[in-house]
Design a protein around this ligand. Structure first.
Ligand SMILES: *Cc1c(COP(=O)(O)O)cnc(C)c1O
Length: 468
């Protein structure tokens, strides 16, 4: 394949993509297939000789989409969304054409400067204070690990990376019991150890108890341990729980602990000013992550980490061997000094296209619709005999279970979920809440309509009738 052939096949791919999206509603959200059936259709070894683009393209159409879970399906209400607006897909094509490696300003001047500008657009769109800077990461897990490493280095007076942790003492990190597993992973990988992640109990509103946080920090200090950081959550993955940031971040600040907030999903909703009361106090956070690749409409991957004082993370991450020295002045930004990876993709272009092609007004309208439809769906489900809403809509996520009197609700709810997902018209996932098996319904697909949401509720009702 030569570049002369690219227009023909790019057009074929774009046409395929448009048709795929136009007919997505007719496909099951999740394929019914056994593990191994796709691998069995792929040659076990790479070809010696060239094959035509047409053959490869046709094999893609034949083999791959039928073996995919369709994340862009308008009735995908599992996990959290991973929205891909056509505007961001278009930008991705152009970024691919350039295929720049954006590690230093010098290796990618326009990408670096656009990244700085897009971080600031996002800062304004979310109503965050002036002066906050940031960097685009691949995922929230990476941003959280970066923040935890900074917690570690700051608490050790920046000696951990150089000297190792053998004589470092025991560091402690505090997070809510609703915190995402990426926080456990970060604490493990940072060498702090799972046992030193203190999960603080939550109150009736599923927010971390500030008094318990304070008590835990005091007890650790008395025991000679080293408190290093506090991690708050806004819109937790299980049920959408949020901490009262103004209370817990004030404690972190008073205790001189580095703080990080995980708003991976719900951060996008903060483009709506009326929701910002839910993260009041956010301006106190040292680090904040949210994923435009979840709810906002930027195709995966694009995760934004805001930093109040980037110098602390740069001091943790930066290493500058001779071959990366550049001669520019200190006015330029080399984003690879802010991140674990040296090599960086050009992700800012997707944000630029998204913001300009939709505008904030339209992006807000979508999020407000999702929140309203989640409330309607929860209400509808609460009206079906035997059903109860376990946690009310938080942003656009709620959980429910099927608990007709005298029956084992865990077993029935699990059976119902299996039927729903085997049926294919919609896709929901589960969590455990207060020891109970519950079904999550998370609304946020870029192209969902109110009808799609109500159709999914209809499927729940119809299939519940088949098991009772
Ligand atoms: C999705 C999610 C994560 C993990 O995000 P990745 O970008 O996949 O690493 C972490 N925390 C919360 C609250 C999430 O919703």
């Amino acid at each position: 394949m030569r570049y002369e052939d690219l227009p023909e096949w790019s057009n074929a791919a774009a046409n395929w993509a448009a048709e795929y999206h136009r007919t997505l509603r007719e496909r099951p959200v999740r394929p019914e297939l056994n593990p191994g059936v796709i691998a069995a259709q792929i040659n076990p070894s790479p070809p010696e000789e060239s094959e035509s683009v047409e053959t490869v393209f046709n094999d893609f159409v034949r083999i791959i989409p039928p073996g995919m879970t369709h994340w862009q399906h308008p009735r995908f209400f599992a996990y959290f969304p991973s929205n891909a607006s056509p505007a961001s897909m278009l930008a991705e094509q152009l970024a691919n054409a350039l295929s720049a490696q954006c590690m230093l300003w010098q290796t990618s001047p326009a990408a670096t400067e656009l990244e700085t500008m897009m971080i600031d657009w996002l800062r304004q769109a979310l109503g965050l204070p002036a002066g906050l800077r940031g960097v685009i990461q691949d995922t929230a897990s990476t941003a959280t690990l970066s923040a935890v490493l900074t917690m570690r280095e700051r608490a050790l007076d920046w000696r951990g990376a150089a000297e190792g942790l053998a004589n470092a003492g025991v560091l402690r990190i505090y997070a809510s019991a609703q915190a995402h597993s990426s926080i456990d992973k970060a604490v493990r990988l940072a060498g702090i150890g799972q046992e030193n992640l203190v999960k603080i109990a939550t109150d009736d509103s599923w927010a971390m108890c500030p008094e318990h946080l304070q008590t835990a920090i005091d007890a650790d200090r008395r025991a000679g341990l080293i408190p290093a950081g506090v991690i708050g959550v806004i819109g937790g993955t299980s049920i959408g729980a949020s901490d009262r940031l103004h209370e817990i971040l004030a404690i972190a600040q008073r205790e001189n602990l580095y703080s990080h907030v995980d708003a991976a999903w719900a951060g996008s909703a903060m483009i709506c000013p009326e929701l910002r009361r839910l993260w009041a106090g956010i301006e106190l956070a040292d680090s904040l992550v949210f994923n435009p690749h979840k709810w906002l409409g930027v195709n995966f991957d694009c995760s934004v980490q805001f930093l109040r004082n980037p110098a602390e993370q740069i001091r943790t991450m930066s290493i500058r061997p001779d071959y990366l020295q550049t001669l520019e002045t200190s006015e330029i930004t080399n984003y690879s000094e802010w991140t674990m990876q040296l090599g960086r993709r050009f992700r800012a272009l997707k944000l630029w296209f998204l913001f300009r092609i939709y505008g904030l007004r339209d992006l807000r309208r979508r999020i407000r619709n999702h929140i309203e439809w989640a409330q309607d769906a929860a209400h509808q489900i609460s009206q079906i005999p035997g059903f109860e809403i376990v946690t009310p809509p938080m942003f656009s996520l709620f959980t429910f279970r099927f608990a007709p009197p005298g029956r084992d609700a865990d077993e029935l709810t699990q059976l119902l979920l299996e039927r729903i997902n085997a049926d294919g018209r919609t896709y929901l996932t589960q969590t455990r809440h207060d020891g109970r098996f519950v079904i999550r319904m998370s609304i946020g697909q870029f192209e969902s309509t109110e009808q799609d949401v109500m159709d999914a509720v209809g499927v729940v009702k119809e299939l519940a009738a088949t098991i009772c």
